[in-house]
Ligand binder design. Structure first.
Ligand code: SDX
Length: 431
């Protein structure tokens, strides 16, 4: 629980209001305005929540100025180098790194939950084959609450735990099914003898007609991409999951809401939009034309994969992703990847340009991820589903933290109303 060390005084109309200030373990102090409306009859106004802390949390910390990201205090660079995705899942869910025995038990539980109810196969049949896999995932994940009735009671800690396990275990299966359905290939069942990332690649790329061996290099790169996307404080989709959960909605519906929000090109949809942008630019000599468009106030075009609400320095995930892109393409024998060349030159030019420097716009997590995923064989439409399956552990960890808080209240913001005041109805004959 954060502590109060000092107060802030708000003065207006000759009145003073003392507001307690809460101090975090690290990061900016906050002004506690929970009693402001009751005491001062005013709201605060912060569309986009640029200056608003929505909750207390112990899960993830971001220092945007330093370009620092910590999962339960561990720097993302160290986790990307030394850990693996399921260990990061345990860390985010439970707050500490697991012992060998705890890890074995956790991995065993996840592995035994990777299949989905057989009836769900028919659910996919209702979608057009050319549906975007994110549309399928929103629908199928939301429908999980129709299949797993024994993990819907959010007031039962054991059912919360089971729902979390099921989502972490089944999202890769559902994402792979969405992909297979979109290309007209049969669904591939998970295999319990494969690790998490290898299982996902197996379900996406193997076919019944022949044996398929997962490349350890690609599995390691996939696992690292999952770790880098696992959680990110109170971003738009996590805030969506929290807000949905605050009403008491079941966890499957909350994660489906998070998937819907992540889909937007300003958020998780940026990885697809970024690769499509890099393809549209095509060659290095066309970069200046797009830099000019990005700087033009009258042009809605933005450099996708660039800029961030919190990072005003390099996104540490983008740095790791950039190294991984070099490594994966090299190991795949892809040496003259034009898209990577354009990405690197675009980054170099942008980071020397006054517009981007002054606005502190740097590459974010979505700038290089698509290059790796494309090299692995994924179509651009699968980039955001992979972000979603990776972020599921973050969403469900934040949801669990919120639901377990005895002080939980339903989220219900107010507004700055600038519409009509009360007026009488006018019959159509008099209009
Ligand atoms: C993710 O929140 C998270 O943590 C998200 C995420 C996570 O892990 O959950 O990190 C994942 O969503 C990463 C971001 C992916 N989105 C993109 O790459 C889309 C392109 N980026 C932008 O749309 C934008 O940078 C945002 C949405 C990411 C952030 O927008 P903000 O914080 O609301 O900033 P802003 O729009 O107010 O921009 C500030 C200024 C503006 O210029 P001025 O009005 O001050 O003159 O910077 C400009 C913007 O026009 N700007 C850009 C730009 N991003 C911001 N100009 C050109 N290209 C860009 N990409």
């Amino acid at each position: 629980m954060a502590e109060t060390k000092r107060t802030a005084t708000l003065s207006f109309d000759g009145k003073n209001f003392e507001l307690p200030m809460l101090s975090p373990t690290v990061g900016p102090d906050v002004i506690d305005i929970r009693k402001l409306y009751a005491e001062a009859d005013v709201f605060t106004y912060d569309p986009g929540f640029t200056s608003t802390a929505s909750c207390e949390s112990t899960i993830t910390f971001i220092d945007g100025d330093k370009g620092e990201l910590l999962y339960r205090g561990y720097p993302i660079e160290q986790l990307a180098e030394n850990s693996h995705f399921l260990e990061v899942c345990y860390l985010l869910l439970n707050g500490s790194l697991p012992t060998a025995e705890q890890m074995e038990n956790f991995e065993g539980r996840i592995t035994r939950h990777t299949m989905v109810h057989e009836q769900m196969h028919y659910f996919f049949r209702g979608f057009r084959r050319d549906s975007h896999p994110m549309a399928t995932m929103v629908g199928v994940v939301g429908a999980m609450s129709a299949f797993y009735h024994d993990s819907l009671d959010i007031n039962d800690p054991w059912q919360r735990e089971v729902a979390a396990m099921r989502m972490i275990a089944k999202l890769p299966t559902i994402a792979a099914m969405a992909y297979k359905y979109s290309i007209g290939q049969p669904f591939v069942y998970p295999r319990n003898n494969l690790d998490y990332a290898s299982n996902f690649l197996h379900m996406c790329f193997s076919v019944p007609a022949e044996d398929y061996t997962v490349s350890p290099v690609l599995a390691k790169a996939m696992d690292r991409i999952m770790m880098l996307h696992a959680d990110h404080e109170q971003n738009a989709s996590t805030s969506t999951v929290r807000l949905a959960g605050s009403s008491g909605a079941n966890p499957f519906a909350c994660v489906a809401a998070g998937i819907a929000c992540l889909w937007g090109p300003a958020h998780g949809g940026a990885n697809q939009a970024c690769l499509e942008m890099l393809r549209e630019i095509g060659t290095v000599d066309r970069i200046p034309e797009y830099i000019a468009k990005a700087k033009d106030k009258n042009d809605p075009f933005r450099l996708m994969g660039f800029g961030h609400r919190v990072y005003k320095n390099f996104d540490p995930r983008a740095k790791v992703m950039k190294e991984s892109a070099d490594e994966v393409l090299d190991l795949l024998g892809i040496h003259d990847n034009e898209t990577l060349k354009v990405a690197k030159e675009l980054e170099r030019i942008a980071l020397e340009d006054e517009y981007f420097v002054s606005k502190k716009l740097y590459p974010n997590v979505d700038f290089y991820s698509g290059i790796i995923l494309e090299a692995m064989g994924f179509p651009t439409a699968m980039f955001t589903p992979i972000f979603a399956l990776s972020r599921t552990v973050g969403w469900i960890s934040q949801w669990k933290e919120m639901i377990g808080d005895p002080a939980l209240k339903i989220g219900r913001p107010r507004q700055l109303y600038i519409g009509e005041t009360a007026r009488d109805y006018v019959p159509v004959v008099n209009r």
